[in-house]
Design a protein around this ligand. Structure first.
Ligand SMILES: Nc1ncnc2c1ncn2[C@@H]1O[C@H](COP(=O)(O)OP(=O)(O)OP(=O)(O)O)[C@@H](O)[C@H]1O
Ligand SMILES: [Mg+2]
Length: 170
């Protein structure tokens, strides 16, 4: 688990860009935390770092957006409105996660963890003391991410508060 802190939306976007440098095709990132904490802002920084040029907007009402112009295809989902696994499957989640040239980010994905593969990165954004303060917790789940723990920890050092040695699991 890596504990981070940001004090501006740009810092959260920069942090996300640092994660994007380490991402590989087939990766899954779950974005969790408070309403309005910065899950979409994280995706914007992440997508920009992949090379997505156009605006990255919240898929809250559309469920899923796809961006094809980056180093990897970016699938951006928001399952806030979902209350049933069936709806997630309707959106073709399994196919998205099978795409080896894509990375998938799911806002509120912690709500559907039982429908997701056991290899994922969980990024939890929580509102902090001041308006622009955010506590960001990164949890590496499964071997795909455990192998990158050292690199990820180094890449995130500018925002680091603490690193706990405990390995993550569902
Ligand atoms: N440190 C920060 N990190 C991220 N966002 C911040 C920060 N400080 C202020 N903000 C502001 O908080 C808001 C975050 O909005 P955003 O839509 O990214 O949140 P969200 O978690 O996706 O919301 P939702 O739960 O509705 O999907 C933006 O208006 C952003 O400018
Ligand atoms: Mg959002």
């Amino acid at each position: 688990m890596i504990l981070l802190h940001t004090t501006s939306v740009d810092a959260t976007r920069d942090l996300a860009a640092a994660v994007a440098e380490l991402v590989r095709g087939g990766d899954l990132i779950v974005l969790a935390g408070d309403l309005g904490a910065g899950k979409t802002a994280f995706t914007q920084g992440f997508g920009r770092a992949l090379g997505v040029e156009g605006p990255i907007t919240s898929p809250t009402y559309t469920l899923a957006h796809q961006y094809d112009d980056g180093r990897l295809r970016l699938h951006h989902l928001d399952v806030y409105r979902f209350d049933a696994t069936a709806e997630v499957l309707d959106v073709g989640l399994a196919e998205l996660l099978d795409d080896p040239d894509a990375v998938t980010l799911i806002e509120w994905g912690d709500a559907i963890l039982s429908s997701l593969p056991a290899d994922l990165l969980e990024v939890r954004l929580v509102l902090g003391g001041d308006d622009d303060d955010r506590d960001v917790t990164i949890r590496m789940v499964g071997p795909r991410w455990a192998a990158r723990q050292r690199a990820l920890t180094a890449a995130l050092s500018p925002w680091m508060v603490a690193e706990s040695p405990t390995a993550g699991g569902h």
